[in-house]
Structures are given as structure tokens and as C-alpha cells.
Design a protein. Structure first.
Length: 64
């Protein structure tokens, strides 16, 4: 069974479900809520280097 992924992008929107590349979320907080709700195990972060660094740090800090 494939692992579920939550997609994040600096062009994302927290109103999106984050479950496809076409509907990424913007913030780490929203990504974590989605991962808990849907049992997602991976995060795919795309954008500028500074955005990727910031989101990866935020996600790492909030590991559950």
C-alpha cells in the first residue's frame, strides 16, 4: 500500500486538502492536521529554498 503524502507549497492555500500536487497547503500547521486526519506519512514541500527550509524545520519541530 502506498504511503499517503501531504503536499505543501509557498503557493499553496490552507483551504486546500493538501492531498494532491494540484491542491497543496501553505503552512506546516495545516499539513500536520491533515496528516493526522488522513494518516499521511510523508510531506512533499516545494518552493524557494527559504520556504522549504522553514517548513521542514517547522514539521520536524512538531513531530508527533
Amino acid at each position: 500500500m502506498a504511503k499517503k503524502t501531504v503536499y505543501l507549497s509557498e503557493r499553496g492555500d490552507d483551504k486546500n486538502d493538501g492531498l494532491t500536487e494540484q491542491a497543496p497547503v501553505l503552512t506546516g500547521d495545516r499539513a500536520i492536521k491533515i496528516s493526522i486526519k488522513y494518516g499521511a506519512q510523508l510531506f512533499d514541500v516545494r518552493g524557494s529554498d527559504s520556504y522549504i527550509t522553514r517548513m521542514n524545520a517547522e514539521l520536524e519541530k512538531k513531530k508527533y
